[in-house]
Every structure is written in structure tokens, then in C-alpha cells.
Design a protein around this ligand. Structure first.
Ligand code: SF4
Length: 248
């Protein structure tokens, strides 16, 4: 199962990183494998100019890795979607995202700088509000001393990131509405095309919505072939993957 996902959302200099640190520390102490993602609009060089990886990239490498005994860094010279980036993090239990306030595919913790911020940052998927020292926000909120409570809320309420297709296949208008229903306990994750157990399709690594008619036909045709194969007679879960050659 993909990791439960929560974003820590706030305006610039609201203290988001402090909340991420507190949350990651608490979840890690509980033995959870935690991953993080952050977006930066700043045009800063993430590599060190003149170092080997930078020289590899200057020479034309579009994907460069550097490995140490306990750390691996990847430089991928293209903009990945948040879903693609999350997949690169590997096997984690919980994904904590800093920022990405316009993305509605997962639950969020709001970090307000001042009154009015909560209203501006609310999208129906908020599960907690956390106020850091120095914040001018006067409403009710948890604080950094409540890391245990914040982690409890995240563990209880957060759900795996939805695909962001806004395809209606789950019965809701968009992923945000489906997320709100998940938080309210009114929907099941398996309603989403990305998590259906009765047939899911990915093309180029991205979830694709299928109607029931197409799903049933594809499933029945594929299963018919598989059951005729030696070893396929008792198929319980089928995964198919193939590359499409240009002239196919
Ligand atoms: S089926 Fe999944 S991807 Fe489509 S709108 Fe619902 S939650 Fe979003």
C-alpha cells in the first residue's frame, strides 16, 4: 500500500519546516519509515558546481546518482509530478510533504502566520492547525509541544495520495471531494481508480480511469488467456506490464 500522505501547508516563513521536523521526529520514534518532499520555487543549484555529479550533468547526463554507504542522492533533470517524486522515495509508511498548497490529493496540516491564514489555506482536507512560537495567529491550534497529538491525528486520519485525475470514477466530483469523504469515513480508498482491487490501469506510470464496461471486458479477456496458460489456472492477482514500441 502506498504511504499515508500529509502536507504541512502555510505561507512563506510560517514555520512549516519546524512542524515537519517535529512530526517526522515523532513518527520516526514510533518506528515508522517516513519520507518527505518539498517544493522550492527558488532557483538554487541543488548540486555542487565543479563536483563529479555536476560535471556528469554538464556533460549531458539527464539522470545522475551518487551513492554512499548510507545515503543515495539522485539528480533528475526534469520536473517530476508530486506522484512521480513520491514513487522515487521507495518503501515508506508515511509521506510528509512541505508546501504544495494548491495540491488537493491528500490531507493537510495548516501552519498559520496570522489570523485569516487558516481560511485561506483550508480546502476541506485539513486535519490539524499548528501554531509555532512567534505566530500572530490567535485561533485554537496545537503547538510544537503537541507533536504526539499531531502524529496521532496524522496516523489516524491521513490516507494515501489520490491520483489527482478528477475523473469522477469514485462517485465524487474530484479527488478533493473524495478526500473529504475519506476523512469523514464516508468513502473507501478502493473506490478510487488508483486503488481498485478489481482492475486498475497505469499508463506511463500514471493511473488511468476506466469505466466498469471497459474494466470488465479487459479483465475477462486477459483472465481468459491467463487461465489457459500453465501456472495461470489458479490466478488470484494479475499484474501485466509491457512496453509499447512506436510502430505497434
Ligand atoms: S477515482 Fe480517484 S482519481 Fe478519480 S476523482 Fe476519484 S479519487 Fe480522484
Amino acid at each position: 500500500m502506498p504511504p499515508k500522505t500529509v502536507s504541512v501547508t502555510g505561507f512563506k516563513n510560517s514555520g512549516k519546516t519546524m512542524v515537519v521536523e517535529a512530526l517526522v521526529k515523532e513518527l520516526s520514534t514510533r518506528g515508522r519509515r517516513v519520507g518527505t518532499l518539498k517544493h522550492t520555487a527558488d532557483d538554487i543549484d541543488l548540486d555542487t558546481p565543479g563536483k563529479d555529479t555536476s560535471r556528469h550533468r554538464d556533460a549531458g547526463s539527464i539522470a545522475t546518482g551518487i551513492l554512499q554507504d548510507n545515503t543515495t542522492a539522485l539528480f533528475i533533470d526534469e520536473r517530476l509530478s508530486i506522484h512521480q517524486a513520491a514513487e522515487k522515495l521507495g518503501m515508506i509508511d508515511i509521506l510528509v510533504i512541505e508546501g504544495f498548497k494548491t495540491v488537493d490529493t491528500h490531507a493537510r496540516v495548516i501552519v498559520p502566520r496570522e489570523d485569516g491564514d487558516v481560511e485561506k489555506l483550508s480546502n476541506g482536507l485539513e486535519i490539524a492547525t499548528v501554531k509555532i512560537p512567534g505566530s500572530r495567529y490567535t485561533g485554537a491550534a496545537l503547538t510544537l509541544d503537541d507533536a504526539t497529538k499531531i502524529a496521532d491525528i496524522v496516523e489516524k486520519k491521513a490516507y494515501p495520495m489520490l491520483p489527482g485525475l478528477d475523473c469522477h470514477s469514485c462517485g465524487y466530483d474530484d479527488c478533493k471531494s473524495m478526500g473529504a469523504a475519506l476523512l469523514a469515513g464516508e468513502a473507501e480508498l478502493s473506490q478510487c481508480v488508483g486503488y481498485r482491487t478489481d482492475g486498475a490501469l497505469k499508463v506511463n506510470g500514471v493511473d488511468v480511469a476506466m469505466g466498469n464496461f471497459v474494466r470488465d471486458i479487459m479483465k475477462n479477456v486477459v483472465l481468459g488467456f491467463i487461465k489457459s496458460l500453465k501456472g495461470g489456472e489458479k490466478a488470484r492477482k494479475v499484474e501485466i506490464s509491457f512496453e509499447v514500441i512506436d510502430d505497434e
